[in-house]
Design a protein around this ligand. Structure first.
Ligand SMILES: C[S@@+](CC[C@H](N)C(=O)[O-])C[C@H]1O[C@@H](n2cnc3c(N)ncnc32)[C@H](O)[C@@H]1O
Length: 419
């Protein structure tokens, strides 16, 4: 049974921690809350206790690891595979990809180097024919780049999304008719084009003969030392009565200190001289506002006067928190990810660790290509837990401790996006 929930006041008393601290943990994404009776926020006692222990440097009795289970005979096609974060996580869960499609040459090299036996199709998905796999594959999965559609649920056909990469995902589903199709994407898809893009996606999958549900997953609650959100659109073929199963968030987190423990040395970017000097003045967990005022003005220039938090600018990560979301470059203006102690961007291997890639997963291409492949990936452990849920649906098994069964599909659209 899921743990009992408590109000903010009750939690504060039970774990002897000020209300403001608990609110701060929630704001920083270290704990979650759910709302009942209109607006009362409810918290999980174990989760709050675990965060308290973790932040005071105590053990919570769970060691960070890259998860791996036994293989199954289920088969998958993975589209837009990148450097294989999703593919590796699914494989670790027991779902081996029968075919992967990727256009970027370095990403393809990465996939082939690490998994020489995978059938990686290098090229534009628009040119790939999936018909020979019809009804022979259990899962089609992929994260397509998000583009606006002209279609917005007005009754026209699937062809209205033609020219977009979602159309190619949907075409693959139409040609293969897998038991389950999963489209993964960034949180931004929820509000993209006022919600029309997501509505169109859900509607299209329904028209292809699927029941659909979607959910936002947060990687810091899925054994990843990073705050990263992915929207999962789950489609189950109409002739199958599987329940919708999603990973249950864990009641603990891993911090940067956990996931970077004994991280092997590797290549990494460096700051130019002046930036090095400025970044050296930012304390652990701090950002540009923590600089002396003269340096704030020098670094921010015109935007110093523009207001707004810009909390990602000149940002130094904190050992005692999951990393902020990694992006495609470790030293971008508004998404700086400086090492917590040393004055430098994260190395390639540190970035890979934060995405829960194992140390033996090698990345091909030059330094910026490697950072990009890593920054684009679905965290491997997050993909693992998604994979375990897919297997549970296919096998008709269900583990209440690690999974959530969603019975009421409409309620999945919990971000105000209605069909
Ligand atoms: C967000 S990344 C995928 C990351 C991957 N799921 C992972 O976990 O590592 C999207 C990928 O789509 C690929 N892509 C974009 N357009 C494509 C196309 N027309 N055909 C095939 N792949 C494409 C990009 O090269 C990129 O690697």
């Amino acid at each position: 049974m899921p743990d009992k929930k408590y109000t903010l006041l009750e939690i504060s008393e039970k774990i002897k921690t000020p209300l403001a601290t608990i609110r701060d943990w929630e704001k920083k994404g270290l704990i979650t809350s759910s709302r009942v009776n209109g607006n009362t926020r409810m918290f999980n006692l174990n989760q709050a206790l675990n965060v308290k222990r973790k932040l005071s440097g105590k053990s919570i009795g769970i060691e960070y690891k890259v998860h791996k289970s036994k293989p199954t005979n289920f088969s998958a096609i993975e589209l837009f595979s990148g450097a294989g974060g999703l593919a590796l996580g699914l494989s670790n869960a027991g779902l081996e990809a029968k075919m992967l499609v990727e256009i970027d040459a370095d990403s393809v090299k990465t996939l082939r180097k690490n998994r020489p036996k995978w059938d990686v199709i290098e090229g534009d998905i628009r040119e790939v024919d999936f018909k020979k796999h019809r009804k022979k594959i259990d899962i089609v999965i992929g994260g397509f780049p998000c583009q606006p559609f002209s279609y917005a649920g007005n009754g026209k056909g699937f062809g209205d999304t033609r020219g977009t990469l979602f159309f190619e995902f949907a075409r693959c589903v139409k040609e293969v008719m897998p038991k389950i199709a999963i489209a993964e994407n960034v949180r931004g898809l929820i509000k993209h084009d006022g919600g029309k893009t997501l509505n169109t996606i859900l509607h299209m999958l329904e028209k292809l003969g699927y029941r659909v549900a979607c959910k936002l997953l947060r990687s810091q609650f899925l054994d990843v030392g990073q705050k990263r959100e992915r929207l999962i659109v789950l489609a189950i073929r109409n002739d199958l009565d599987y329940p919708f199963i999603f990973p249950r968030p864990k009641d603990y987190i891993f911090t940067l200190k956990d996931v970077l423990k004994d991280c092997p040395k590797s290549d990494g970017a460096a700051y130019p001289k002046r930036k090095y000097y400025i970044m050296s003045k930012v304390p652990e967990g701090g950002y540009w506002r923590d600089l002396p005022i003269k340096l704030q003005k020098e670094y921010m220039q015109g935007s110093f006067y523009l207001g707004g938090g810009k909390t990602g600018t000149a940002r130094r990560l904190s050992w005692n928190s999951p990393s902020l979301t990694l992006v495609c470059s470790p030293a971008q203006g508004q998404t700086e990810r400086c090492h917590p102690k040393e004055t430098r961007p994260l190395t390639v291997r540190e970035s890979a660790r934060i995405q829960s890639f194992p140390d033996n997963w090698k990345f091909e291409g030059n330094l910026s290509s490697q950072y990009k492949q890593i920054g684009n990936a679905v965290p491997v452990n997050m993909a693992y837990f998604i994979g375990k849920c897919i297997i549970a649906m296919l096998q008709g098994t269900y583990n209440n401790k690690t999974m959530i069964k969603e019975e009421h599909v409409q309620n999945q659209l919990e971000f105000g996006v209605k069909k």
